[in-house]
Design a binder for this molecule. Structure first.
Ligand code: IVH
Length: 677
């Protein structure tokens, strides 16, 4: 590669890595695997070592928090850490209050209003008054172990008197505005990259593998809830008072409101004070004060029904619509998308915005060439609010929604009472591809090296049409000869087969998620998997068309049950499940491990070293399994190592283990321990 090629490659890598980091940090939705990210990041670092002048301020190497590190141990939460439903206006709040009244059969409900702190949510577990662990929210079920870092935060009590024997304190880690300014002042002095806002600074300071760095930053923990079976507080106000007594910080801008107008008054007061507060807030949380009412009205898969966040108005910006395209989703829905002249809103560059559906784009009459007002609602997904009609070009024409699928050309259809216009051709290739992308994605089968591009390629070449084909691809490669295709080569094909084979073992919840049943996302998949426990229970249910049983699951409503039944009423979908995992009598190409409760932590507190190469799982997977069952995978052998799992051609580490008398087991032994649970 000559210098100009390198420069080009460097720019390309910077763009990609910045986009991936944004997806990961801002949207919490990684678009590539960690290893893919690391490979590209290392390539970039190598280039910058060779040509330091490439290290511009926009390079990912100069950005705080751009390096993805997942080396934290995982911790399962005692109860899921949900998020809050958002309200954007007084009507939304009025509806919320009406719904609470209806669900609780009460005529009046007292509400507690608290500032919505703009930081990171945290769960801190205390046993017999001692802090035992602290973890981030993660996916809501499992978070990252940040205990060592939290022990350095002064506002977190490490010992508590007269607390319940076991309690989980929930709250938000923030950086005070003054501490943020001081930190950035120091960083500027040292020529280091500045943090964009206090939230990023708090995140970057907490997610440090070296707790000395966290200790050097000033973080503050605000508590807002106690999760404990033993606590018997009557109301949220009492819980907050108890937290204060235990030594936690609780926001001093909290109000008990007896009715809607009191609540709106408080909201407006805080909105006015917002700029003067010592910490960033992005709205007000409305909570039912009476905890027995909270318990009674419960939660959906994503949100509690007893609380809602009334956000402060979103930031706005203007830009131009360059084009309107239509996309086909994995369930056939056709979504119009506006391609925009890139514009920055609240620190994020936006170049696309969904126009939702046919009605929406027609009703709002948004056209190519229009100047539009954009806003980031709920802080992430940009929305087009309206076109500025006075600036509309004279020759503009209304957008014409296609009558046929933009991909396969089939006529589009629309079900009664549905807003979505759909391509109903089950074999529409765009849908098949989208389904495959979903199937191989990180939260599903997590197949390294099978991203959007590669799947499209394999599909176009006829190597894969359905998820089942993926698992036969290695056998079929005698005819396919993937290694001879452009841009592939022997090594990458071997790696691909390795990742596919490593993915043959999967938990039931990930498997259910991978199927792409409409409305069955990660949270619903976990609930369904917990309900069935084993694959065979799940399979019998779908085979016998007993999907209505899902209605018994707390958090699964009739609309999900309906979509679930609709999905499996299609024989083809049932067959895919059967071919993948078998029918209980004969097996399939994939094996489901039962969903385990966190209690099944056979490797709890143990440190495990994997060495050599393995047949049945990849290194990544081995590490994941060790962690899933409570252990920690470490890279070097010492006297403290609990045991070593030795694969083929294990070398130095195996010798070291023998020398130190550390227990050595085989790959099969390791799997047997897990299978016994
Ligand atoms: S109550 C079900 N109270 O907002 C979650 N959350 O969008 C109940 N947050 O993840 C949380 N300030 O990190 C609650 N006073 C407050 C809060 C608050 C900030 C965060 C929290 C949560 C997110 C929900």
């Amino acid at each position: 590669m000559n210098y100009s090629d390198k420069k080009k490659r460097h720019a390309e890598l910077s763009n990609l890595l910045n986009a991936y980091a944004k997806q990961y940090y801002i949207f919490d939705d990684p678009s590539v695997s960690d290893s893919e990210y690391d490979l590209m990041y290392n390539e970039l670092m190598e280039m910058e070592k060779e040509f330091p002048e490439l290290k511009s301020s926009t390079s990912p190497s100069q950005k705080v928090g751009a390096k993805i590190s997942r080396d934290f141990k995982k911790i399962s939460h005692s109860r899921p850490m949900l998020s809050l439903e958002n309200a954007y206006n007084e009507d939304d709040i009025a509806n919320f209050i009406d719904r609470v009244k209806k669900l609780s059969s009460l005529e009046n409900v007292d509400l507690v209003l608290e500032p919505k702190l703009d930081g990171l949510s945290l769960s801190i577990v205390y046993e017999n008054g001692r802090l035992v662990s602290a973890s981030t929210r993660g996916d809501g079920f499992v978070g990252e172990d940040v205990t060592q870092n939290i022990l350095t935060v002064g506002s977190v009590p490490q010992k508590i008197e007269h607390s319940p024997a076991k309690m989980d304190v929930r709250g938000e880690i923030v950086m005070m505005k003054s501490d943020f300014q001081e930190l950035n002042r120091q960083r500027e002095q040292n020529g280091e990259k500045l943090f964009a806002n206090p939230r990023n600074a708090a995140a970057g300071s907490l997610r440090q593998l070296d707790s000395r760095i966290t200790a050097s930053r000033k973080l503050t923990f605000f508590s807002y809830a106690i999760v404990s079976d033993e606590a018997d507080f009557i109301c949220q106000m009492d819980a907050l008072a108890a937290l204060k007594n235990f030594g936690f910080i609780v926001s001093d801008r909290v109000a008990l409101c007896r009715n809607q107008s009191e609540a709106f008054e408080f909201y407006r007061k805080i909105e006015e004070e917002r700029a003067e507060l010592e910490y960033d807030i992005d709205g007000i949380v409305y909570k039912v004060n009476d905890l027995s009412v909270q318990k009674k009205i419960g939660e959906s898969t994503k949100f509690p029904r007893h609380s809602i966040a009334y956000k402060f108005p979103a930031e706005k910006a203007q830009t131009t619509v360059l084009n309107i395209i239509t996309q086909v989703g994995r369930t056939g829905n056709i979504t119009p998308v506006a391609e925009l002249k890139p514009v920055t809103i609240g620190g994020v560059v936006v170049s696309r915005a969904t126009l939702h559906n046919k009605d929406e784009v027609e009703k709002r009459d948004i056209r190519v060439g229009d100047r539009v007002v954009l806003q980031r609602a709920g802080d992430v997904i940009p929305q087009i609010l309206y076109p500025i009609l006075t600036e509309r070009p004279a020759n503009s024409i209304p957008f014409e929604f296609p009558m046929t699928c933009p991909y396969c050309g089939s006529a589009l259809a629309r079900e009664e009472n549905e807003v979505a216009v759909k391509c109903v051709n089950l074999n529409c290739e765009a849908q098949l591809v989208e389904r495959l992308i979903h199937f191989a994605s990180k939260p599903a089968f997590n197949i390294d090296g099978l991203g959007e591009q590669n799947i499209k390629f394999l599909f176009e070449k006829g190597a894969v049409k359905s998820p089942v084909d993926l698992f036969y691809m290695e056998d079929r490669n005698k005819e396919l000869h993937l290694e001879d295709w452009d841009g592939w080569g022997k090594q990458s094909v071997e790696n691909l087969f390795k990742s596919i084979n490593a993915a043959r073992q999967i938990s039931l919840d990930r498997f259910i998620y991978s199927l792409g049943i409409p409305q069955v996302g990660r949270a619903a998949s976990k609930l369904i998997a917990n309900f069935f426990r084993t694959y065979i229970n799940f399979f019998n249910c779908i085979k016998n068309r007993e999907g209505a049983r899902l209605g018994e699951i707390r958090g699964i409503g009739p609309s999900i049950v309906n979509d679930f039944n609709g999905f499996f009423s299609n024989e083809n979908n049932l067959n895919i499940v059967r071919e993948l995992c078998g029918d209980g009598v004969s097996g399939g190409v994939v094996e489901i491990s039962e969903s385990k409760t966190p209690a099944a932590e056979v490797f709890s507190g143990q440190s495990i070293v994997f060495t050599g190469s393995f047949e049945k799982f990849s290194r990544e997977k081995a590490k994941e399994l060790a962690e899933k069952f409570g252990g920690r995978a470490t890279s070097s052998v010492s006297a403290k190592t609990s045991f070593v799992v030795a694969g083929e051609n294990a070398g130095q580490k195996l010798d070291q283990a023998k020398k130190l008398g550390v227990k050595i087991i085989s790959e099969d032994d390791f799997l047997k321990i897990i299978e016994k649970i």
